[in-house]
Design a protein around this ligand. Structure first.
Ligand code: ATP
Ligand code: MG
Length: 330
């Protein structure tokens, strides 16, 4: 796709990954349900979703672990790889959800083995491996067995293995999951550096902050479907008019009072004893809340209004998705 920018310079925007109509069924479960998206060269895109949303299955379909069904199609840099996913494996550096490093091999042996798979010469494997181990602060551990490495060190090795054949695209399934804050930072900085070096990166995560800080675009996935595909700022902008309202009630309220209140706001209690609800018209909802409370002898002791965070946007979207499904079931 060629676009002309405002200053009339020609900019070429290359689509690195294009997937169309991905579907994966496990028995009666549709784990990935008609998923399509595009990732431009040089972008970091995050697939964000709760456990079981279908993130890993999407990645497994994309990287040829699972066979494609129906009319699914995958293009990498414009080449259709649908019928030959292995041919283009050189394009992907993958950090899978479950590491494929051999635990009885040393760090060095794992690198040598991986390089061999890609047909890189021994000298070149050794040169690249030393460089990667130095960049990732693993050089001291090169002769340690992989099973003796901590989780954070193991994950660094996984990224080294993914980078060994210098692929243009990196696919990282929860690369920071379970790491301590220092290792998380190190990993995120390395990933951002790789973007600066021109890599295209697809990452899955549960972590809103990670998605917000690292990604150019976020695909929100729930129950096998992509339910949003936006930049972090656009996502937040859409919900700018949404506020989160928290209030506390003095004393104990009866079930009848609770029933009356829940007619005007959906009542959920947080761990600090505040009732929480989201509103697109805070003034109207708060005034209704006070009016109804007064009429029914309910004493509101505290009330706070918060701007909606990206995390809350995520919960809204997932909840809306559930609500519309419930509506359909009726
Ligand atoms: N090999 C399999 N056999 C049967 N069901 C599977 C298999 N792999 C995944 N599933 C199911 O498909 C759904 C999607 O799973 P997937 O692993 O893709 O989710 P995820 O979004 O990666 O979740 P998590 O955040 O927990 O990693 C889940 O309901 C899961 O139980
Ligand atoms: Mg997963």
């Amino acid at each position: 796709m060629i676009e002309i920018s405002q200053n009339q310079n020609l900019i070429t925007e290359l689509v690195a990954i294009k997937v169309i109509n991905l579907i994966k069924r496990f028995g009666s479960l549709v784990a990935v349900n008609d998923v399509s998206f595009e990732i431009n060269q040089g972008e970091i895109v995050g697939i964000l979703g709760p456990n079981g949303a279908g993130k890993t299955t999407t990645i497994r379909l994309l990287t040829g672990v699972f066979q494609l069904e129906n009319n699914a199609k995958i293009e990498i840099f414009g080449d259709d790889i649908t019928h030959n996913p292995t041919k283009y494996k050189k394009n992907f550096g993958i950090v899978p959800e479950i590491s494929n490093a051999f635990s009885d091999y040393s760090v060095w042996q794992n690198l040598m083995f991986s390089g061999g798979i890609y047909g890189i010469s021994k000298d070149e494997i050794e040169k690249r491996s030393k460089k990667l181990l130095t960049q990732f602060n693993l050089i001291d551990k090169m002769y340690f067995k992989t099973k003796t490495l901590s989780k954070g060190l193991k994950q660094r090795l996984n990224l080294c293995l993914a980078l060994l054949h210098d692929p243009p695209i990196l696919i990282l399934d929860e690369p920071t999951s379970g790491l301590d804050p220092i290792s998380v930072n190190l990993m995120r900085n390395r990933i951002l550096k790789l973007k600066e070096e021109g890599k295209t990166i697809l990452i899955t995560t549960h972590d809103m902050r990670e998605a917000q800080n690292m990604c150019d675009r976020i695909l929100i996935m729930n129950k096998g479907k992509i339910i949003a595909d936006e930049s972090p700022d656009t996502l937040r902008e859409q919900f700018k008019s949404t506020s989160t309202i928290l209030f506390k009630i003095d004393g104990v309220i009866s079930s009848e009072q609770e029933r009356i209140l829940s007619k005007i706001v959906k009542l959920v209690k947080d761990k600090n004893g505040y009732y929480v609800f989201s509103s697109t018209n805070a003034l109207r909802d708060i005034s209704n809340l006070f009016q109804t409370s007064k009429e029914n002898d309910i004493k509101i002791s505290d009330l706070k209004i918060k701007e909606t965070s990206l995390e809350e946007v995520f919960i809204h979207l997932i909840k809306d998705d559930l609500t519309s499904e419930e509506g359909m079931a009726k």
